[in-house]
Each structure stands twice: as C-alpha cells, then as structure tokens.
Design a protein around this ligand. Structure first.
Ligand code: ARG
Length: 618
C-alpha cells in the first residue's frame, strides 16, 4: 500500500468503509493484487445499495475477463454480517445489498458518535485559512463578505475534521494610503474618539484626491512648456504639501512614535468594530485574535528581500529587486527602487510565517479571483526559496481559492438603488429585514408553529433566515464563479435555498416535540429500518462523514449544500410514506422518532458547517 493510500482517512460508521476493507482483502486473495475496490453508492436501489467497480480495471491489468475477475473476487469475499445479497452484473460490477441489521448497527454507531463518524485527524500540522482581509479606513464590501463567509465555513469544516485551524485576517493596515488618511485627519484636527467608519472612508478618499498630481506628472512626462508647468506647480502646491505631510506621518508611524501609533490603532479599532459586528450578524467566527495584518510583518520585509538576494533568486533591475521565473516574462517585484516594499513582499513574509511558525501544511487564501496572478507569483517564489515547508520539513500546500464576484440583477457588480457600491452593512440589514418580513407573514397563519411568538422572537428567527439565505447562496455554488445576488430567490422557503433547509430542520424538530416523548426515550429506542424509505434515509445519513472529508480534500463547500438538500428530500419521502406520530405500534413510532432525531442532528451539524443557525420553529 502506498503511503498516500495508508493515510487516507475513512469514515468510521460508513458501510463503504467496511465494504472497502472486505473487498480489498478479497481482491488480494483472488488476484494477489493490492487494489482499491472502488466502492460506490448504487445509483438505483433496485440493484442494491453499493457497487464494487474494481474488476474492470483489474482485469485489464491482469489480462483477464472482467466478469471472471468479479466472480473470483466475490468467491473470495467474506461478507458475513455485512451483505445480504451480492451479484455480478453488466461488464463486471458487483452489486451489494447490505444486511438490514448491519445498516441498523452502523446507524446506531453514528448516532452514538459525537463526530457523526468522522475519524479523528491524524495530521498533526495546522490548516491556515486566510479570510476576510478588509482594509483599514475603508468600508467592507461584498468581496470581503465572500472572503469572510467562505473562509469561516472552510475553517468550520476543518475544525469538524478535528484539525488545528488558524483563521488569519490579513488586514490592509499598513502603508502610505493609511498614513495619508491619518495625516489628513490630524491636519483637520478631528476628534479621534468620535470618528466613524464613514468619516475614515471619506478621509481616505479625500486624501487620495488631495495628493493626486496626475496632471502635473503628465505635464512633466510630455515636457509641456515652462509656463504651463509653473502654472500647474502652483496649482499642485497643496498636493505636494499633503504628500510631504503623509510621508512624514508614515515615517513617524514606522519609527513607533507613540502619539501617531495611538491614532493609527484608533483607525483600526473604528474599522474593525464594523467588521466584528458584521461577523456576529453572519455567525462567522472572527475577532481581534484573528488579526495579523500587513503591519504584523513590517519588520520582516527587509529579511525577505535579503533572503531572496542571498539565495540568488532575486536580482536588481533598475534599482528595484525582482524575482524572475523561468516559465514567464513577468517577474515578481519585491522591493521598489526607492527602497519601499510591496503587497507581495508582505505576502512572502506571511507565507513563511504560516508554514513555519504556524506549522500549516495547508494554507488556503480565500481572496477575490482577480488576485490570481499575485498569488501564483507569491507561491512560486515561496516554493523557489523553500518556504512551503512546515517546521518538520513537511511540504505545505498553498492554495488560492479565488472566488467570483457578486453581481446585481443586471449582471454588473452589485450597486444600491442610488447607484453606489453596496456596503456589507446595507446588504445584511436588507437580508435580515426581508427574512423577518417572510417569517412574520407566515406566523400570521393560526396553524403556523410560529403563531403567537413575540415580535422579538420572530425578528430573531427572521434574521437567522435572512442570513441563511445569503450564506447558503454564497457557499452552495461553484465558489470560483460569479453569482447574481437575488434576495427574492435566496430567501424562498422552497427550492435550493438556505431557508428551505432550515425549514426542513424545524419541521423535524416540531415532529419530535409534538410526539411528547422525552429525548432520552427517543435516544434509547432501537433503530429499525424496515421500509425502503427508512433505509434510503439511513444510508444517506451514513455518508455524512465522507462528505465532510471530501469537502476538506476538495475545498468545495457546495458539497455540503448538495448533501443536505438530498437529506431533506429523503426525509420528506420517508415522512410521506412512513407515518411517525401515527405509526401502527409504539415500537415503530419510537424507532421512527429515533430516525427523525438522527436526521435532525445531522442536518443541524451540516448547517453549522455553513455557520447557519437551525431554529426549532419557523
Ligand atoms: N486586503 C486585501 C484586499 O482587500 C486582501 C488581503 C488578502 N490576503 C492576503 N494574504 N493577501 O484586496
């Protein structure tokens, strides 16, 4: 067995794990080969529960007939206590129908497992998730929403898998633009205690405008006559002065002048208050402990350039330092000719920190797809110098998970009605309001489970619904694609939406509570899977751990949504064909309630991977 195969983690309660072991042994006995039995869930219950697909590839390898190989493997297989029926079909599939008692036993094991059968992690290294990435003195925008939601969800998945996880918020909190903003606010004698993020934003833009000398630069470049130049110089005198002031402020900041540092910290505080509030609303785990922004790496930048120079990987180009690549024209600029460092220099320092000091053997950068070239260059440079290694020398995987844009109905980047860029706060406020309106509308029906709840309770459920709508839409598609932000569709209780799954969860919760049985009585009932709909639901529940492992491997968060939707559908099919509260006898009633309870727990756990709340009533 290869090293890679031996470290593959298998879900503990999944029948596929047991089938894999049994058929692996059978293949070895029948052919002498150590091969993956290729166990797949059967596409059609008519042919059984699982298929073993290995015979075709094996036959090719051995120069034999695939059906004969399948027969030999099946003859050698010990399936006692696992399979009730097995047969070779088609070109050489083995169709397996599991023993009912085996499935019941696996499901009981899953129900008793706090991790739903997810095996304990064996990789001692950490997973590092670069998420959020807001910039100080600027409003958080929809791109940062995606970076926060997706990053948080991936972190939750790895936490579920038992990995050590670092959520790193690589704030834009350092450099000239911030010094410009700071200098402007100081010049205007603003009261820093009273500043809001809107003030910072306005100052940021104002500072950009004030210091712009584009016309003058152009006039110099195109050698305009002395009159024109003198005129422009005069006009731009204040810009020059503002820039001088900003540069002085930057020097004071860099040298740790306590007065300026205190004001700078205040800018970060004002910016981050809103970010933390958005994170709370979004149910994303993000706080001051996750902040390791550009400023954190400021003292390591000269060392980065030195290391690249010393190893001969960087060369001087017109006074600047660049790292050339063998396979492309574009080099990576790591130091400007004026000595200044760049975004990329900081990211190189951050890669080193994350792999070596944080011990990450997987570092995932959840950042806008438009930064693709930047990360390609940074990762390649890091690999050239060998910074893609953990402390014990294990190779780290560096991934840029470049997500697509959020578009408005017109397929253009999302704007408000007045045509401005949507801020995150506008968007979340609207989602919560719309969620509340929908929940209140439904609660007006005297038969609704929410009928009679207080306004506050309904608003809280409504906010959870609105946020679920936004998060589900963001996480359940192909992350790399743009998507259209359509609250009407996203908030519907039917269809491929977050609220649909929450509603499915609330329905199960209400069946359980209507039963009048205590949770102990339900948890103690034996699980019996007599009906096909019960069995289909149980088999899907047993695949939960594999799904979570697959998301960890692929970073495809949409697999969670797909899994949960199928779970909800199989639950509905079960509930339609198998009466629960009105079951024929007490034993059946309790057994079905138990199945409901397990389905509910898995649904809630799956929603928690998206950081989506699962209200009991909706
Ligand atoms: N502040 C950056 C931006 O808004 C995102 C930071 C992403 N993370 C990183 N390690 N570069 O574009």
């Amino acid at each position: 067995m290869s090293d890679a195969a031996s470290t593959v983690l298998r879900p503990l309660c999944d029948p596929a794990t047991e089938l894999d072991a049994r058929f692996r042994a059978a293949i070895r006995a029948a052919t002498g080969v150590d091969a993956d039995p290729a166990i797949r869930a059967s596409g059609n219950a008519k042919f059984g529960d699982y298929q073993v697909n290995a015979a075709m590839a094996l036959a090719k390898e051995l120069g034999k007939n695939p059906r004969e190989v399948a027969d030999a493997v099946l003859n050698a297989a010990d399936l006692a206590g696992v399979a009730a029926k097995c047969e070779v079909a088609g070109p050489g599939f083995i169709n397996v129908t599991l023993e009912r008692a085996f499935v019941e036993g696996r499901l009981a094991a899953l129900a008793a497992s706090p991790s739903f059968g997810i095996p304990p992690a064996t990789d001692p290294h950490a997973v590092v998730i670069d998420l959020c990435g807001v910039n100080v003195a600027k409003q958080m925008h929809v791109g940062h929403l995606r970076a926060t939601i997706i990053g948080d969800s991936l972190a939750r998945v790895f936490e579920r898998l038992g990995r050590r996880v670092w959520r790193e918020n690589h704030l834009g909190d350092w450099g000239l633009p911030i010094a410009m903003t700071l200098a402007k606010l100081v010049r205007e004698k603003r009261d820093f205690a009273q500043l809001t993020l809107d003030d910072l934003n306005a100052a940021y833009r104002g500072a950009q405008r004030e210091t712009a000398t584009d016309d003058l630069d152009a006039a110099h470049e195109f050698r305009c006559g002395p009159h024109r130049l003198a005129e422009l110089e005069l006009q731009y005198e204040p810009s020059r002065a503002a820039m001088e002031d900003a540069k002085k402020t930057l020097v004071r900041l860099q040298s740790g002048d306590p007065e300026i540092v205190r004001l700078w910290e205040r800018l970060i505080e004002v910016t981050m208050e809103q970010v933390y509030e958005a994170a709370r609303t979004l149910n994303a785990k993000l706080g001051p402990e996750n902040n390791r922004g550009e400023s954190f790496f400021r003292d390591r930048l000269a060392g980065v350039v030195d290391a690249f120079r010393a190893s001969g990987l960087a060369k001087s180009d017109k006074g600047a330092m660049v790292v050339p690549f063998a396979d492309r024209e574009r080099p990576l600029l790591i130091q400007k000719s004026d000595g200044g460092f760049l975004y990329a220099t900081t990211d190189l320092a951050a890669v080193r920190f994350r792999t070596y000091e944080l011990d990450g053997d997987l570092v995932v950068y959840v950042v806008d797809a438009r930064q693709r070239d930047h990360f390609k260059d940074v990762f390649d440079a890091a690999r050239l110098i060998g910074w893609n290694k953990t402390k014990d020398g294990t190779e780290s995987t560096l991934v840029h998970l470049g997500f697509g844009a959020v578009l408005g109905a017109d397929k253009k980047p999302l704007k408000t009605r007045s045509g401005e860029n949507f801020t995150l706060k506008d968007l979340l406020d609207e989602a919560c309001e719309r969620g509340a309106a929908e929940v209140m509308r439904r609660a007006a029906d005297p038969n609704a489970p929410t009928h009679g709840l207080s306004g506050n309770e309904l608003r809280a459920i409504g906010a959870a619904v609105g946020i679920a709508a936004v998060k589900y839409a963001d996480l359940s598609g192909d992350l790399t694609k743009d998507y259209v932000f359509d609250l009407d569709r996203m908030i519907a209780f039917e269809g491929d939406t977050g609220p649909y799954l929450q509603y499915a969860h609330a329905r199960i919760a209400s069946i359980l509570s209507k039963s009048g049985e205590s949770s102990d009585a339900i948890a103690g009932a034996p699980l019996t899977l007599a009906e096909p709909a019960e069995r289909a639901l149980a088999l899907h529940i047993l695949r939960y751990a594999q799904m979570v492992l697959d998301v960890g491997r692929s970073l495809e968060t949409n697999r969670v949504g797909l899994y949960l939707r199928t779970l909800a559908e199989l639950f509905n099919a079960f509930y339609q064909s198998c009466p629960v509260l009105k079951a024929d006898d007490t034993a059946t009633r309790l057994a079905r309630l138990r199945l409901c309870a397990v389905a509910r727990a898995v649904l809630a756990d799956g929603l928690s991977l998206y950081g989506i709340a699962a209200p009991e009533r909706m």
